[in-house]
Write a protein that binds this ligand. Structure first.
Ligand SMILES: [Zn+2]
Length: 189
């Protein structure tokens, strides 16, 4: 379904910009003109935004959030089927997937020739280890948009001044948030 569409979402919190081309997403990240959240959102929209902030930060850092108590485990606020849908779309990257993508991303950064997620997706299907065995099973192959989403988050992290350790937890939390944003984008179409 939507993973097959070449739609790349900005990984920045709140920002709802999506791009048909990965290169345009990177340009957008360079320029840094992210869309701002609308203040006219109704309560349920706000709750969704807060929820995604919570996922992204694990700990709620935004003071205004204190006005509303959002229990991240309480999904009853969300439309029926939402949680199911999210679960189905959520796939955690394995360590070897992450290593592979990070490696390709870093090569792209160093050479100045950005690595094309499309190429990485194709390469994943044939790449072998030193013993000539396939590095990835078919079930581990990633789509262009999954790779682009991972890349764009690496790119965003790189551009953030407070470069912190990219921990496993952050990674998973961000996967949640990105998947969540895809769904809300779909819901808003
Ligand atoms: Zn953005």
């Amino acid at each position: 379904m939507f993973l097959k569409m070449k739609m790349f979402s900005c990984p920045e919190e709140f920002c709802k910009r999506t791009f048909m081309k990965y290169g345009n997403l990177l340009k957008h990240l360079d320029i840094g003109k992210h869309s701002k959240p609308k203040m006219t959102q109704n309560l349920s929209d706000r709750t969704k935004v807060l929820y995604s902030i919570q996922i992204e930060n694990k700990v709620v850092k935004y003071t205004y959030v204190n006005a509303l108590t959002v229990d991240s485990t309480d999904t009853s606020k969300f439309p029926k089927g939402w949680a199911l849908k999210l679960k189905r779309e959520l796939k955690k990257f394995t360590q070897s997937q992450k290593n592979f993508m990070t490696d390709k991303f870093e090569i792209g950064e160093r050479s100045g020739q950005k690595c094309d997620p499309d190429d990485v997706s194709t390469l994943m299907r044939s790449v072998k280890d030193e013993h000539g065995r396939r590095l990835f099973k078919p079930v581990e192959f990633l789509s262009t948009s999954q790779i682009a989403s991972f890349f764009s988050r690496l790119a965003l992290k790189k551009r953030k001044t407070s470069l912190q350790e990219y921990s496993e937890e952050d990674q998973d939390a961000e996967n949640d948030a990105v998947n969540f944003r895809h769904l809300t984008d779909l819901a808003n179409v």
